[in-house]
Every structure is written in structure tokens, then in C-alpha cells.
Design a protein around this ligand. Structure first.
Ligand code: CA
Length: 229
């Protein structure tokens, strides 16, 4: 018996390409699920819990960027975007939306397999720990603890969720509205400056305490957690 390499969800509306990729992947030893538009892709993701997703950018119903965002809210499953030639701007937006990698069509199938192996390996090694990091900051998602250079930081539930959201999206600027929707929920009614207030709490407990600058403000736009020097 061939050992299965994993379950792949292919979200692609070009049926010829989808069939070709399906056959090649099955031959290689993967299980394959196909979805031919963005909405079906998101549904199949939740039903089937694939190990990796190949996601076309231009799709009916929901485009690839939106599919990627929706899946990223729930999961860090590896996502490889498939883009048409010359969609350079789209590639960048694709990576910002949380895709792990992208490939330009047409591509060599061996190249796709290689990228998939890398993405799957990267994902399984980060899964073992369930820890998010930002420089010396470590967030343990299972234990719900936060450390900076092994100093424990005590956070309220809301502060913890805000920090997790920032670090999951590190190096990406996030607007106050996005933060409100994600951390407080769409039905939140109250002062919108609650975000600024909680950012200040986090800065006091992390940046000020340890003399670092992890949380950055882009005036008039929003906030981001910075990993790079
Ligand atoms: Ca397409």
C-alpha cells in the first residue's frame, strides 16, 4: 500500500487545469478534492480539513484573496496561490492575505510538488509547538501564556487576543476596524478608541517593560507588530 502524502484541496475554475493537477497529484500519492469556485472552496475546506490548498487567484463567487482571508481566520493550513502570468501586484496582495507561496501558471508539475513539500514541512514543524513568536516574544497558544526572554507577561483575555491577532499578522498593517471586527467582534457597539486603549496596555506591559518596540503605529491607518529590524 502506498502511504498517502496528505489531502490536497484544489480550488480552480479552469476545469482542464484542475483535472490535470488532480491526476498528477493522485499519481504522486495525494488525496485530492476539487472545488471550482471560491465559495465551494471555502465550504470544502471546512468539510474536508485538507492538509494543503492550491488556490487559483481569479475565481467566480469569491476570488482567491478573499478565500485565503476567510480560511486564514480559522487555520494556518499551507496555501499555495496559483496566479496567471503578469499578475505581479496580485502576487503581493496574495502573500499579504496569508498565502504561503505562489506559482505562476503555466508551471511545471515537479516544481509544484517541490513547493508543496516545503510548505507541508514548514507547517508540520510549526505545529508541533503551537507557539507564535515575535523576536524574543513567545506566545504559547495551547497554554495561553506569553513570555519575553522567559519573563512571563500577564495579560487579560482581550489583551491576549489582540496580541495574538497582531502577531499572527506580523509585519502587516492592520486597521482599527479590522482589529475591532476580529478581536471584539462585528457586533461590538462602543467606543472605537477601545483599540488604541488596548494597544497602550500592551505597550506598557511589553514594549515599555522590556525596552523594545514591537508594536508600531501607522498614523491614520492602523497598527502592526514588527518582526524585522
Ligand atoms: Ca481562474
Amino acid at each position: 500500500m502506498n502511504e498517502k502524502l496528505g489531502k490536497v484541496l484544489v480550488i480552480e475554475d479552469e476545469s482542464k487545469l484542475a483535472r490535470f493537477v488532480e491526476l498528477e497529484l493522485k499519481h504522486e500519492g495525494y488525496d485530492v478534492i476539487l472545488a471550482e469556485d471560491g465559495r465551494a472552496g471555502v465550504e470544502k475546506f471546512f468539510e474536508e480539513e485538507p492538509d494543503i490548498i492550491l488556490l487559483d487567484l481569479m475565481l467566480p463567487q469569491l476570488n482567491g484573496i478573499e478565500v485565503c482571508r476567510r480560511i486564514r481566520k480559522e487555520s494556518d493550513v499551507p496555501i499555495i496561490m496559483l496566479t496567471a502570468k503578469g499578475e505581479t501586484m496580485d502576487k503581493i496582495v496574495g502573500l499579504d492575505s496569508g498565502a504561503d507561496d505562489y506559482m505562476t501558471k503555466p508551471f511545471a508539475i515537479e516544481e509544484l510538488f517541490a513547493r508543496m513539500r516545503v510548505a507541508l514541512r514548514r507547517n508540520s514543524s510549526s505545529h508541533n509547538s503551537n507557539v507564535l513568536t515575535l523576536k524574543s516574544l513567545e506566545i504559547d497558544l495551547s497554554r495561553r501564556t506569553v513570555n519575553f526572554n522567559n519573563n512571563e507577561i500577564e495579560l487579560t483575555k482581550r489583551e491576549f487576543e489582540l496580541l495574538v491577532y497582531l502577531v499572527k499578522n506580523k509585519n502587516i498593517v492592520i486597521s482599527r476596524e479590522q482589529i475591532l471586527n476580529q478581536v471584539w467582534g462585528y457586533d461590538y457597539i462602543g467606543e472605537t478608541n477601545v483599540v488604541d486603549v488596548y494597544i497602550r496596555y500592551l505597550r506598557t506591559k511589553i514594549d515599555d517593560r522590556f525596552g523594545v518596540k514591537l508594536i508600531h503605529t501607522i498614523r491614520g491607518v492602523g497598527y502592526f507588530a514588527k518582526d524585522e529590524e
